[in-house]
Design a protein around this ligand. Sequence first.
Ligand SMILES: [Zn+2]
Length: 139
Amino acid sequence: MVFYECPTCGRNAVLCTCDALSYADQRLLISEISGEFSDLEQAISVADQESEAHNLRYIAAMEYIFKNAPDSLREEIWQAFRTAFGIEADYRGPNGERLFSLGTVAAAMGMSVAEVRAQAEAFLEPGDLPGLEEITRVQ
Ligand SMILES: [Zn+2]
């Protein structure tokens, strides 16, 4: 397994949840970790194993699954995310709806911001993001 010492707790930053690394460093680690998966089944088992911890290994597994899953499964993952996601909203909309930055969604889903933007554009009506270039509406 990839090892990178966490500057906060000194354990493996891949497994801890200190969130002490920069976004760029996290992305580097995530791509290294996802390179360790050999098939979808393995990635699903890791995602399941780490789902409570929600660490970088979990994100990498989700990224691997998302990249390698058949389209129907991808759709399911995205729907589940949209309806049941428990992360803190970055912003609240005028009616109290939870709004997430593309960066938050990308990190949570193990996707690049460009991928999240493409997904958001595919799911949202044109005009749902007026002036909210950085924000995607989840619910
Ligand atoms: Zn740590």
